[in-house]
Ligand binder design. Structure first.
Ligand code: 5GP
Ligand code: MN
Length: 344
């Protein structure tokens, strides 16, 4: 056991008031890892509150424990959330490495007196946490939560530690962050973690269905529109991109979360190495990037679009117009051309 985990175990030997939070617009890994960790801590006798900085996609509402999650931005919940953070004796920060990823909640967490525990797999973390369980080699934060719990519990059999709801939460995070076990971040440790969690008897196929085959018809129709009308491929740069304006999102009544995953379709085009999705929403432009192989979209998003993330999946945002944002993107492609052409 390393020193961080030893200190953590000692700290958790008495009941604590624990807040768990995750990055804004949380995905299945952010929420699944938080709920899985929260469930474990509750079972150990701690008082746990899970707070999301913002609302989340509808296909994650079924995750076990979700009804208890507080949404900081929601009217009526902010005061209570602030009080919980104020009273907390530990704040767990899951699936993000910079406080700016918490939107308005970032300042509240920064100013809170409780020690912080970061559990994360993003590159270049800020050093705001007393304890850091941080590994960029992990495919998902949920994988880190699984490994942390296993390490704390030592020889205790898996089925005595994890129940079905916990396993579903952690599996949801690992499944989505690996693109259903197809990305380059899949390792034997990923499969071993999943194999072990499956001893609880949870239905992995059901988890997949609830997340991926659970779309309103309107989302599929919107996807059809995007793929047929909005997907632009630049073969000379092995790049695909899509631009969605606020007006288009309104026309299709597309809410946050319904655009999740659309960026991946760009990578399905033959020879494409980088895919980008530009979304104009509430006065800012949110950009998602995906890539394959050695090409780093994290470099693109952190250098030009105030963002970050992983080598093959990153995001950013700008406050300039969507036209200017896309122009900037197109203007930097020549700089990356050699690297894009080199990928196998
Ligand atoms: P997505 O495109 O799904 O929103 O994000 C892909 C990855 O990039 C995730 O790992 C996410 O944490 C990271 N990411 C997305 N948006 C931002 C951002 O604005 N800033 C930073 N630092 N990372 C981001
Ligand atoms: Mn993650």
């Amino acid at each position: 056991m390393n020193q961080t985990i030893e200190e953590l175990v000692a700290f958790l030997s008495t009941p604590q008031k624990i807040v768990i939070t995750m990055h804004r617009d949380p995905d299945a890994d952010a929420l699944g890892s938080s709920l899985g960790w929260g469930s474990y801590l509750s079972r150990k006798g701690h008082t746990v509150t899970v707070i999301s900085p913002t609302d989340y996609a509808a296909n994650l509402r079924w995750l076990p424990g979700m009804s208890e999650v507080m949404v900081y931005e929601k009217s009526g919940e902010m005061g209570k959330a602030k009080r919980r953070i104020d009273e907390a004796t530990l704040i767990c920060c899951l699936d993000f490495s910079a406080l700016s990823r918490l939107k308005d909640l970032g300042k509240v967490v920064q100013e809170a007196k409780a020690p912080k525990l970061m559990i994360d797999h993003h590159l270049e973390p800020e050093h705001f946490a007393k304890w850091m369980i941080w590994d960029t080699g992990a495919a998902a934060t949920a994988q880190l939560v699984y490994a942390l719990i296993k390490e704390i519990e030592g020889d205790v059999p898996t089925t005595d530690i994890f129940d079905i709801p916990m396993a579903e939460c952690l599996y949801a995070g690992i499944m989505t962050d690996t693109g259903s076990f197809r990305h380059g971040n899949v390792t034997s440790a990923v499969h071993l973690a999943v194999a072990d969690l499956m001893l609880t008897g949870f239905d992995s196929s059901r988890v997949h269905r609830l997340i991926y085959d659970n779309s309103p018809l309107s989302r599929l129709q919107f996807l059809g529109y995007v793929l047929s009308q909005k997907l632009i491929v630049l073969p000379e740069y092995r790049t695909a991109y899509m631009v969605l304006t606020e007006a288009e999102l309104q026309r299709f009544n597309s809410s946050t979360g319904e655009t999740e995953g659309i960026v991946n379709y760009g990578l399905q085009v033959e020879n494409v190495v980088m895919s980008a999705l530009f979304i104009e929403r509430k006065g800012e432009v949110k950009i998602s990037f995906r890539s394959v192989g050695e090409f780093s979209v994290r470099d693109v998003s952190s250098t030009y679009f105030n963002g970050g993330g992983h080598r093959n999946a990153s995001g950013g945002r700008t406050e300039t117009s969507i036209t200017e944002t896309v122009e900037l993107f197109l203007s930097i492609l020549p700089k990356y051309k050699d690297e894009l052409l080199q990928v196998d």
